[in-house]
Design a protein around this ligand. Structure first.
Ligand code: SAM
Length: 239
């Protein structure tokens, strides 16, 4: 479970209502049982229940069981989608190894108001579920033109993998294998795709690597998961 509190031996903490209910009613934990907590800074800690009211579970920190792991360096930029699909892409991107997640506004993007807290909550929930001890960063949104103008200054030698349904080369695997050992990011477009000018501009950048995900037009959320799976299968995020 993720908590904001500092974790250190013998520290005591009280969980909020939702997490207390989850531990007591869903996981059926009671006094004397152990749970593992992390806060994104101090690694994983074994904690013991010392009070088990459903509204406020009390815990005592016992010992650290794993050191802190760094946030993955895999960047994922996406044109925001509507509510549930946005929740989905953030959860799945974290599960598939993205550590830096940035909304990118494009010409055909239809969603302009983003709920930062909801995006962070989804990233934390996914980090809990897949047991990464670091919480991925939700990077403030930007526009595609600002992203491209500042890419090299901000990202150095990171290559930008551009999922482009118009890309002619057949398999993304060979293209991605050639990037092994390099820092990479992945860019996925909005429901309406990138405009012709945006595609042309992207393809003109020396650090951009276009990939095809097959002959069918995938939903943006499907494309994100498919592309991240290809990246994991070839480059990985374990540097
Ligand atoms: N209208 C659908 C939706 O609502 O999600 C499909 C949108 S598709 C145009 C969105 C993005 O997914 C594209 O901009 C591209 O980045 C990626 N994409 C979809 N199919 C793809 C493919 N076959 N190859 C590469 N990228 C693809």
């Amino acid at each position: 479970l993720f908590v904001q509190a500092a974790l250190a031996p013998d520290a005591e903490l009280t969980l909020g209502k939702d997490q207390s209910l989850y531990l007591a009613a869903v996981l059926r934990k009671s006094v004397g049982d152990d749970v593992v907590l992390f806060n994104g800074r101090d690694g994983a800690w074994l904690c013991r229940l010392i009070g088990d009211s459903k509204k406020a579970v009390h815990l005592r920190v016992v010992e650290q069981i794993a050191p802190q792991t760094p946030v993955s360096d895999l960047w994922y930029g996406f044109a925001p989608l509507k509510s549930e699909r946005l929740d989905y892409v953030i959860q799945k991107a974290v599960e598939m190894g993205a550590g830096l997640i940035q909304p990118i506004m494009t010409e055909y993007t239809q969603v302009h108001r983003l709920k930062g807290e909801r995006m962070t909550a989804n990233a934390i929930e996914a980090a809990e579920q897949c047991e990464v001890l670091s919480v991925p960063h939700i990077v403030p949104e930007t526009t595609l033109s600002r992203l491209l103008a500042g890419w090299t200054a901000e990202h150095g030698d990171r290559r930008l993998i551009f999922a482009d349904e118009g890309e002619a080369s057949a398999s993304p695997i060979e293209t991605l294998k050639a990037l092994e050992g390099q820092r990479v990011g992945l860019l996925i477009g909005p429901e309406g795709g990138f405009s012709p000018e945006e595609r042309e501009n992207l393809r003109a950048q020396p650090y951009v690597v276009p990939i095809s995900l097959g002959p069918r037009i995938l939903r943006a959320d499907t494309a994100a998961v498919a592309a991240l799976a290809c990246i994991q299968a070839t480059i990985g995020d374990w540097r």
